[in-house]
Design a protein around this ligand. Sequence first.
Ligand code: SDX
Length: 431
Amino acid sequence: MADTNKTATLSFDNKRIELPIYAGTAGPDVIDIRKLYAEGGVFTYDPGFTSTASCDSTITFIDGEEGVLLHRGYPIDQLAGKSHYLEVCYLLLYGDLPTAEQLEDFESRVTQHTMLHEQMQYFFRGFRRDAHPMAVMVGVVGAMSAFYHDSTDINDPWQREVASIRLIAKMPTIAAWAYKYSIGQPFVYPRNDLDYASNFLRMCFAVPAEEYEVNPILSRAMDRIFTLHADHEQNASTSTVRLASSSGANPFACIAAGIACLWGPAHGGANQACLEMLREIGTPDRIPEFIARAKDKNDPFRLMGFGHRVYKNFDPRATVMKQSADEVLDLLGIENNPTLQVAKELEKQALEDPYFADKKLFPNVDFYSGIILDAMGLPTSMFTPIFAIARTVGWISQWKEQLSDPQLKIGRPRQLYHGETTRDYIDVENR
Ligand code: SDX
């Protein structure tokens, strides 16, 4: 963070407060308001944090106006096209692309941690078979702090590293087992001879009764989906992880909190909601009806997969995802997928509508991802767990960065109070 030698002057109630302005390497400058309450006796007010920088970070940069997403400076379209998920994990965790030797060591360490403690199977069996897999993931990941005590001390760098690897490695196993449990099939153990995405697909779709060969088209598409969802600056679930971690909570508890937040349909749950919306629309002729509902202030319906707090242009991930949807469906020989046709026509009509154009509402990462996952044979209930698998490295990277921040303090926002002022208790007989 560079001091700009500029200040913002705040004048009110005969007070004049000079607030320092800092600049990053990219993006808007920030006004440091930390002394405002002490010197001015007032709070700032920013519900939803639309104008608030919560931290310093060097991991991911987003330019919402230009539709730019960089991970440690590398554009997302280049990473999606040239890299693969575990290499992007290394980049996010350690700050630069690995050498071949570093990558081999990292992938080997992840591979060695993909199995779950055998006792955890019984934890899964405590759920109803029809439990949403996100409920299972929140519970099982939180329960990891009861199984992996040797990697819960956040003050021990070695334990932080082991917890990071364990979480990245075990999330696909947890998600796949949540799926298997929901369909009454036996758990499938990970294999050390498969890459990350192939292992996940095999744990989802293999059965003991026969051999399962992973389709390389699907594993490449799944790996790209993981890469496109890996990290995204200070989004709601990442901010949840940072806030949970600021109290000193263990990494498994913090990631479980992030999973819970991601589940919401305004956030990671949008991929499930979007595909269900596209199915409800069904045919292109019903699109105008749904666009009208999305524009109706009296109707809570929103176009799922559209709009974004930061992107006021195309979400660059959606652009890559749309290309991938075309490729995967074509390679799978799924011609004229009706859901994809509806999605493309909906995007066209929405972007031609002044309501969406004026509010700068564009397709986001969730608009096309569900079409690919659906084509792979995954139920919509597994869409957000897949987002959670991918985002675990982002949560962990941001968690590690915060723990090494010398400015780390417990997160504790204040409020604008509108409630009753002091009043005396009234005995029940006098009420
Ligand atoms: C993700 O933050 C991240 O980085 C998240 C994420 C990540 O990688 O971590 O990118 C992943 O969560 C993507 C977003 C997935 N959510 C959806 O697709 C759900 C549908 N989208 C919306 O609910 C909404 O666009 C949000 C939640 C994504 C953003 O909401 P904001 O920034 O708070 O914007 P807003 O709700 O204030 O909307 C601004 C205006 C409003 O109209 P007015 O009150 O100004 O008249 O735009 C309208 C909204 O009603 N609007 C929509 C709309 N999204 C916003 N109208 C119809 N359909 C929509 N989808």
